[in-house]
Design a protein around this ligand. Structure first.
Ligand SMILES: [Zn+2]
Length: 502
């Protein structure tokens, strides 16, 4: 696992005695959180440590590079200059400096020197540090600061990586988020929730307490959309995934999907988390299973006992589960009641879809308020999903992918890797990917019989050989599909093309 990247975030306000904060909207075209709102900020530059800051206490002294990065990033992204000097910098100069800084023609330090301005540590109020949980492919170690908008300045977004920005109270931003009108990155959702009815001046002690509990091993509360809480838990490793996402869907009535860890320590983190939810007055209704694979069910029996929860799964999953009792069978078209949605709408429901292929009893779920899809192992945002015969069946899997694509218009939550806001797009990507792989397999087949391990070298020449043993399974599933289509034949010593003209 690569070392986390150091980053800083600035919570800008016009009134520190309120919950008002400035949020920027990321360009919808960005791959990473496109269209989401976030606090301004970014990663540290190597020369951020060389700028001098006045009035540093001992704590600030250790964070100089963060403070400089905070000042530089907020200037780059919003045009706000958090510096002090005899004379304010003329507005027309500010704009020119910013353009030059963004283009790399001047350093932040040079701007300060030219204007005889300096940074003062007292302008940056430390909130806390958050580390992206381990499940994410790229992790950030982010320091959060709040700062007051200097008199006479107003943030201005230059369209590019960001497209818009605005001041919101925490309450107003969360209300928009709950109505599905505003996407907000998970750490900001967390901070806004902790800020409600407080003020920045208090230093948001709740953020500190929760950040401290994360450092002690508590599960992060990760909301990409309202009503779906993502819980990445360490499970039996299936490279490259070492984590399986459990999900809690609902607001007051909660369904727990795929409690996967078999390790008692990791299970204990989950019990503590569920206990906390219950203590908040929420009810656990049932455990739902996407399918029977070991990294999805490791904690099911223990959880069923401990919390007295019934287990719901597809008939095929129930049949293949050893030692786990299933209390209710679910099928395609079933609907589970969720109660009132996070914004208080009635008629909130969870739709059940049978999506076989990766496993014969595989289920996906979709809640009907925001359209979020919990996709299980239909796709992974870390790698391509293994289709392993005899349980896995490629033609069936392709049909299920096409079905899921037809209903997915919003966020898609996989079992492995982060959520994606444009779920339909990523499903189309994986459908294309499978079709291309099938074409490659078809062209690798000749009139000379080849074994699976011979074929995998040619068809998967674009992936690391470490993956080949796993890829062999999907390749076999691909061969079975071609045999069913009449385009391949299995002989005693290997597979040949069924097309005469080759
Ligand atoms: Zn699986």
């Amino acid at each position: 696992m690569a070392a986390p990247r150091l980053a800083v975030t600035v919570i800008l306000t016009r009134d520190p005695d309120s919950t008002e904060i400035y949020l920027v909207e990321r360009n919808p075209k960005l791959r990473f959180f496109g269209g989401y709102y976030a606090f301004p900020g970014g990663t540290l530059d190597h020369d951020d440590g060389s700028v001098e800051i006045q009035n540093c206490d001992k704590v600030a002294q250790e964070s100089v590079a963060y403070l400089v990065a905070a000042a530089r990033e907020i200037f780059e992204e919003t045009g706000i200059l958090l510096t002090r000097g005899e004379q304010p910098v003329a507005t027309k100069h500010l704009r020119a400096y910013r353009v030059d800084l963004l283009a790399g023609r001047v350093t932040f330090q040079k701007i300060l020197e030219k204007e005889n301005h300096h940074l003062d540590a007292r302008d940056f109020h430390y909130v806390d540090t958050l580390l992206t949980p381990e499940f994410a492919p790229v992790r950030y170690d982010t320091q959060f600061y709040w700062a007051s908008l200097p008199e006479g300045q107003m943030p201005e977004i230059i369209p590019g990586e960001l497209v818009d920005g605005g001041f919101f109270t925490a309450e107003a931003a969360l209300a928009k988020w709950q109505r599905g009108e505003m996407a907000i990155v998970p750490p900001v959702v967390f901070i806004l929730q902790e800020m409600v009815d407080k003020s920045l001046r208090d230093g948001i002690p709740e953020v500190r307490a929760t950040a401290e509990s994360y450092r002690d091993g508590a599960i992060h509360e990760i909301y990409f959309t309202p009503g779906v809480l993502m819980l990445p838990l360490k499970t039996r490793p299936l490279p490259p995934a070492e984590y399986t996402n459990a999900y809690l869907v609902g607001e007051k009535q909660l369904y727990l999907i795929d409690p996967g860890p078999s390790n008692p320590r990791e299970q204990d983190r989950l019990w503590r988390f569920l206990n906390k939810r219950q203590a908040e007055g929420r009810d656990l209704v049932a455990i739902l299973l996407t399918h029977h694979h070991p990294d999805h069910i490791g904690a099911v029996s223990e959880c069923r006992e401990r919390f007295g929860l019934p287990v719901y799964a597809h008939r095929e999953t129930a049949r293949q589960l050893a030692g786990v009792q299933v209390d209710r069978l679910l099928g395609h078209g079933d609907v589970l009641e969720l109660g009132a949605s996070p914004d208080g709408q009635s008629g909130w429901q969870l739709n059940v879809y049978h999506t076989p292929g990766h496993a014969s009893g595989h289920l996906a779920f979709q809640e009907n308020r925001y359209g979020s899809v919990i996709a299980g192992d239909m796709i992974s945002t870390l790698s391509s999903v293994i289709i392993a015969p005899p349980g896995g069946h490629m033609a069936t899997y392709m049909q299920s992918l096409a079905f899921l694509e037809s209903v997915t218009t919003a966020t898609l939550y996989p079992s492995h890797g982060p959520a994606v806001s444009d779920g339909g797009n990523i499903l189309r990507h994986f459908i294309r990917h499978r079709q291309e792989r099938e074409q490659k397999l078809l062209s690798a087949l000749t009139q000379t019989p080849q074994s699976i391990s011979e074929l995998v070298r040619r068809v998967y020449d674009d992936v690391s050989p470490e993956i080949w043993p796993l890829a062999e399974k999907s390749l076999e599933a691909g061969l079975i599909k071609l045999i069913e289509d009449g385009r391949c034949r299995r002989l005693a010593d290997g597979f040949i093309s069924e097309c005469e003209s080759r």
